[in-house]
Design a protein around this ligand. Structure first.
Ligand SMILES: C[C@H](O)[C@@H](O)CC(=O)C(=O)O
Ligand SMILES: [Mg+2]
Length: 442
């Protein structure tokens, strides 16, 4: 049973110096320090359970997201959890429609990242109180309750609540069998071999290890220098052979014609998709790129920097993407992701979540497992991203077996970080940063 009034909200700026090793680097983000605005919610209930939530950032700017979380805090503090989840759509709307704060969004940018961190903590708390991993909480929820968590404003022209209900009703058939199928895990791909800042030797070594570990799907960063891309893509394709799957990610580096031209030159390496070829806001640009590249056998994937459900709606309407990448920390938490999963189902576009970042694998595995069991009912052309960084800082880290995500068993949203890790990496006074900042001064 849901219980307790939220009586304390704490938000911390946690940063990991991943840029030092080039981990996470791409054509636009050359020095990312994987970071999070990390929220902890406490209630006055006797169970002592806390809700943990985060949103992903790249180092600088995390303090801005922390400010935005504090600015939104009054919407959460002193609320009864029963009232929140009893009208989750209303609560989502309250957060995203704050008459003053929405001016610096709306439902986009810093304020939406802050919303995601807060709502992720609420979902974690709810799942913990129910004693279920988040994916199971969603799978067990009756369709009407699930729909009551979604704000359909701005998307009813493509998906009404009744249509969404029909999708969920259809999804009830075979749910049990699909749940059993996941004993073998949800298929994953790795991005960890080929960050842009890695040398060819590192790429080769990591690729050899990944092949030994049974990985069959790989993503390589491209977009800064064509000759480098040709060399690196040849190297990785030669190592993995013609049958395994290769994806490419340009992280918004190109103009539209440039994307088409560049990818035509990389087509010989048979990429399944090109990810974020251009600005994430350019829906018609993505459509033009799709139109040019699909005949070459290359799909367009995007989503990790799509602000909200409206952008996804238009990408789908415009046939601008062939693979849709939800993100657990950029959209307004589970609530908004549910609406995108349902729209993707309606348009029959496979969802392949983004997870390159700290904590993103931990969170998004719940959403994609739920998607498979209750919405998509298919594994065709579907896989979830995996990166092998920083899991050791989480209390309930992802479990990968045979290149697949094993369904989490612990209650909650797998969002809780180890307190010791948080303390050490808190910016700027944690042990790790004190040392690094002192070294920079000398
Ligand atoms: C800056 C991040 O590491 C980004 O490169 C992640 C990404 O694009 C992905 O995982 O995909
Ligand atoms: Mg990407």
């Amino acid at each position: 049973m849901v219980r307790g009034r939220i009586c304390r909200l704490l938000v911390r700026d946690v940063r990991f110096p991943t840029s030092l090793g080039g981990h996470g680097s791409d054509a636009m983000h050359t020095d990312p320090d994987y970071s999070a605005a990390y929220v902890v919610l406490e209630t006055d209930a006797e169970d002592g359970l806390k809700g943990y939530g985060l949103t992903f950032t790249l180092g600088k700017g995390t303090e801005v997201v922390v400010c935005a979380v504090n600015a939104l805090a009054h919407h959460v503090l002193n609320k009864d959890l029963r009232d929140i989840v009893g009208d989750f759509r209303g609560f989502y709307r309250q957060l995203t429609s704050d008459g003053q704060l929405r001016w610096i969004g709306p439902e986009k940018g810093v304020v939406h990242l802050a919303t995601a961190a807060l709502l992720n903590a609420v979902w974690d708390l709810w799942a913990k109180q129910e004693g279920k991993p988040l994916w199971k909480l969603l799978v067990d929820m009756d369709p009407r309750t699930l729909l009551s968590c979604i704000d359909f404003r701005y998307i009813t022209d493509v998906l009404t609540e009744e249509e969404a209900y029909e999708i969920l009703q259809k999804g009830q058939v075979g749910k049990k069998e699909r749940g059993q199928m996941l004993m073998h895990g949800y298929p994953a791909y790795t991005t960890s071999c080929a960050w842009l800042g890695y040398s060819d030797d590192t790429l080769k070594q990591l690729c050899t290890e990944a092949l030994k570990d049974g990985w069959t799907r790989f993503k390589v960063k491209v977009g800064a220098d064509l000759q480098d891309d040709i060399r690196r893509c040849r190297l990785i394709r030669n190592m993995i052979g013609p049958e395994k799957t290769l994806m490419m990610d340009a992280n918004q580096r190109w103009d539209v014609p440039e994307a088409v031209e560049w990818m035509s030159k990389l087509a010989e390496f048979k990429p399944l998709w090109i990810e974020e070829p251009t600005s994430p806001d350019d829906i018609l640009g993505h459509a033009a790129i799709s139109e040019a590249l699909v005949p070459l056998g290359i799909g367009v994937a995007t989503g990790e920097q799509c602000h909200n459900r409206v952008i996804f709606k238009q990408l789908l309407q415009a046939k601008a993407l062939q693979f849709l990448q939800i993100d657990s920390c950029r959209l307004g938490s589970v609530n908004e992701n549910l609406s995108v999963l349902l729209m993707a189902k309606k348009f029959e576009i496979p969802v392949c979540p983004h997870a390159g970042g700290v904590g993103l694998c931990e969170l998004v595995q719940h959403l994609i497992i739920f998607d498979f069991i209750s919405i998509s009912a298919s594994l065709k052309n579907r896989m979830c991203e995996y990166v092998n960084h920083l899991h050791e800082h989480f209390r309930y880290p992802v479990v990968i077996k045979k290149a697949s995500y094993m369904p989490p068993k612990d209650a909650g949203y797998s969002t809780e970080m180890k307190e010791e890790s948080v303390k050490k990496h808190q910016y700027p006074h944690g042990e790790v940063w004190k040392k690094l900042l002192a070294a920079q001064e000398n």
